[in-house]
Design a protein. Structure first.
Length: 182
């Protein structure tokens, strides 16, 4: 018995929805990239507060931004509120994005997933952190995402170079890293 046109359209639409869900849902899962080792004995309460972005791999969501900061606040449920802020000189205005992060496992391991856009998460792995929680190297879900953060607007060049060398050992293409004007 032949299908009616409306039945065929409904069946095709349902197949597209199922296929789309099968493709999209695995993209929501976040894991630590191979070869990346997040910091152990991480103290989330010491990490909270404002960090200055000193270097990054540029992406469309930060393109052209300077004076970028990330402010982290620990919530009572163990999640972290993230407020990213940067100045867009081309539009002569500040841009902000608020998100939420969750630890991938125990809170003493600096492996998190963060979302600024609904159910879509990206990785946030602190892979280098000094004892005073003054500088940090963060790698995302892949070596396509990297940030050098500091509690101050500048750090000694030797310290910056050491963080870049660590990033390079994790697969970061240093030719693509930009300094962020503070």
């Amino acid at each position: 018995m032949p299908f009616s046109t409306s039945a065929l359209i409904r069946a095709t639409a349902m197949a597209l929805v199922i296929t789309g869900a099968a493709v999209a849902l695995p993209g929501c899962a976040v894991s630590v990239p191979p070869g990346v080792q997040p910091v152990s004995n991480f103290d989330a309460s010491k990490y909270m507060g404002t960090w200055y972005e000193l270097a990054r791999l540029d992406h469309r969501f930060e393109k052209g931004l300077t004076q970028v900061t990330a402010t982290y606040s620990l919530n009572s449920d163990g999640s972290v509120t993230v407020l990213n802020r940067g100045y867009d000189a081309a539009k002569q205005k500040w841009r902000e994005a608020e998100g939420k992060a969750h630890f991938l496992g125990q809170a003493d391991k600096a492996a998190l997933k963060v979302s600024f856009f609904g159910p879509f998460y990206g990785g946030y792995n602190v892979v280098s952190l000094d004892d005073q929680y003054h500088t940090a190297l963060v790698i995302g879900s892949s070596p396509d995402y990297m940030w050098i953060l500091s509690r101050s607007k500048t750090i000694p060049e030797t310290q910056r170079q050491a963080l870049l060398e660590k990033a390079q050992t994790l697969g970061i293409d240093l030719a693509q890293v930009i300094r962020v004007e503070q």
